[in-house]
Design a protein around this ligand. Structure first.
Ligand code: GLN
Length: 567
């Protein structure tokens, strides 16, 4: 049931609690995520390939595990307890990331002598091969002590014959800290698993079935998400890179601790909307030792263990397996809805499942931002603004910034449109269309760049178009799922929403890997060929998604009808 409290910008006070809890949770998530790949490659000296695959598995798993957290909350824990437990795991995980140790060392053996390779020129004993400044781009190592290639040995002070000579490299790792890293990632995966879907479910629970404020409540909540993300990409990114990794990760941990405190202090304002469905059930003993509540928390340990194994062995997980998992879960969800629900409830739940799947083409394109688009910006865009080169990762904050500006404007437009306000399935079709259109805009930039670098405003343009699309898919979708799923399974439905969001992240990684261009020591060797590769992949995904958008638009009346008045 909803309530009539209007004390937070016309919304219930509980929304303020959820806004700030989720703002800090996303602050920690995006602050840490922004540093992760650079940390893996530069501190632990993992190869690019291993790091990006691990990153892909991690960003997928954080969302995949929400289906377990969501389902446990529906059946036993209630959302309030689940979010609290998730927040505690997250605090542990983010602080765990701050244990960096001394990092890995790369040892090069040449003619019996060992050299430690450092890329930043620190230290200075005789056996240290110091590669600094521009020279670092001339040298590339494989991780396992196999082969090494030095394109211009004289430039880094080595004898010329080393380029073809007999040498070996190996990485010396502090295994303890590598293990702490994996454990921390797994704690974060489990923490998001218990928190993320459930906190969104509580937002929905603040509003009654016909409450007109629901969509705008989610828009406000979504602004909290992006405020956290925006502040973190700047603050954690700066601290981590300039002052040391542990400060960046530590700040993410402090942010999450604040989130936990906000949630604990603010609980009374949730006014019982997130309590266990059956408190007596929680006290029942299972197997005579633990009660149901403790069992729900112990499930977290299983999630942590499984996640740790999966992240460690990310390179071994085959693509077909992930695909099968997605298809099997979807068949289960449809079967469940048909078997357990009837009438309007069933029809609405099937509409919710449509939205859960229809978000996928959007995220698969949008999530190029952190991977292929990030590298594209780094390598092929003239990033000079106001006379100085802007580092590529800084452009990541554009999305959150645009959300902050345009979320309220768009929410206002929807209200102004009144009865012409497009239905949820039409908005989804627009969102997917815009994902494709963004890439066509970038392609126009590539085409007009001649033989040089692409002008920076095309990067602004694609992020802006993608953000407008995101606003038609993401907050709208969260709101729709809470409306469409019956109250007793809304956590599972929300978990499914994020599960497919996670699988789309994975798909985005598969697409990104097909944009691989030839590099030498991290630098592009042939600009024209690289631009052609990107333009080709981006054109293909643009047309596929725009084609899907047309189909989505055509079937939107059917979906609207299936929503049975819940639009
Ligand atoms: N950016 C949003 C968030 O962090 C959406 C994430 C998603 O669904 N993939 O909550």
């Amino acid at each position: 049931g909803g309530e009539t409290d209007t004390s937070f910008f016309g919304h219930p006070k509980g929304l303020a609690v959820l806004f700030f809890t989720e703002m800090w949770e996303r602050f920690s998530y995006y602050g840490m995520r922004g540093l992760l790949v650079i940390y893996l490659t530069q501190h632990f000296l993992f190869s690019d390939e291993r790091s990006t695959v691990m990153y892909g598995a991690y960003t997928a798993l954080v969302y995949v595990m929400t289906i377990i957290g969501g389902t446990l909350a529906d059946r036993y824990l209630g959302q309030r307890k689940a979010v609290t437990f998730g927040a505690i795991l997250l605090v542990l995980g983010h602080f765990g990331m701050a244990f960096e140790g001394a990092g890995s060392r790369e040892i090069l053996t040449y003619q019996g002598a060992e050299y430690q390779v450092t890329l930043d020129g620190r230290g200075g004993d005789a056996n240290q091969l110091i590669v600094s400044g521009d020279a670092s781009s001339l040298i590339s190592f494989s991780e396992d002590g196999g082969t090494m290639r030095i394109e211009n040995p004289e430039a880094v002070g080595l004898p010329a014959e080393i380029a073809t000579g007999d040498y070996e490299t190996r990485i010396e790792q502090e295994q303890l800290y590598v293990n702490i890293l994996y454990l921390s990632l797994a704690l974060i995966i489990a923490g998001v698993g218990y928190l993320k879907a459930n906190i969104s479910t509580i937002v929905g629970a603040l509003y009654g079935f016909g409450d007109k404020r629901r969509d705008s409540g989610f828009t406000i909540f979504y602004m909290g998400i992006n405020l956290g993300s925006f502040l973190a990409s700047l603050a954690c990114g700066y601290l981590g890179i300039v002052h040391g990794w542990k400060y960046g990760f530590g700040l993410a941990g402090i942010g999450m601790l604040l989130g936990l405190i906000v949630f604990l202090v603010g609980q009374p304002w949730l006014k019982g909307h997130a309590e266990p469905p059956n408190p007596e059930k929680l006290k029942e003993k299972v197997l005579g030792i633990f009660n149901v509540e403790v069992m729900c928390y112990l499930t977290g340990i299983i999630i942590i263990a499984v996640s740790m194994l999966l992240v460690m062995n990310a390179q071994l997980i085959p693509e077909w397996f992930v695909g099968m998992l997605g298809v099997a879960t979807f068949i289960f969800l449809i079967g469940y809805s048909i078997a357990k629900l009837k009438g309007d409830e069933r029809s609405r739940m099937l509409a919710a499942l449509y939205f859960i799947i229809a978000q996928m083409p959007f995220w698969a394109l949008f999530e190029q931002a952190g991977s292929s688009l990030n590298l594209f910006t780094d390598r092929l865009v003239d990033r000079t603004m106001f006379g100085m080169p802007v580092p590529a990762p800084v452009f990541q904050s554009l999305n959150a910034g645009f959300i902050f500006i345009f979320a309220p404007i768009l929410a206002w437009v929807w209200i102004k449109l009144g009865k012409y306000n497009p239905s949820t399935p039409v908005k989804f079709a627009f969102g997917v269309f815009l994902a494709g259109l963004g890439f066509l805009a970038l392609n126009a930039g590539i085409a007009s760049s001649g033989t040089g670098l692409v002008a920076v405003y095309f990067v602004f343009l694609i992020y802006w178009i993608h953000t407008m699309g995101e606003l038609m898919v993401s907050p709208v979708g969260l709101s729709a799922v809470t409306k469409l799923a019956p109250a007793r399974v809304v956590g599972m439905a929300m978990g499914s929403w994020f599960l497919y969001s996670g699988l789309s992240n994975y798909l985005a990684g598969v697409i990104a890997s097909s944009t691989g261009v030839e590099t030498l020591g991290g630098q592009i060797t042939n600009i024209a060929a690289a631009k052609e590769t990107y333009a080709m992949v981006y054109t293909n995904i643009a047309y596929v998604s725009m084609g899907l958008a047309v189909v989505m638009l055509l079937i939107s009346p059917i979906i609207k009808k299936a929503m049975r008045g819940a639009d």
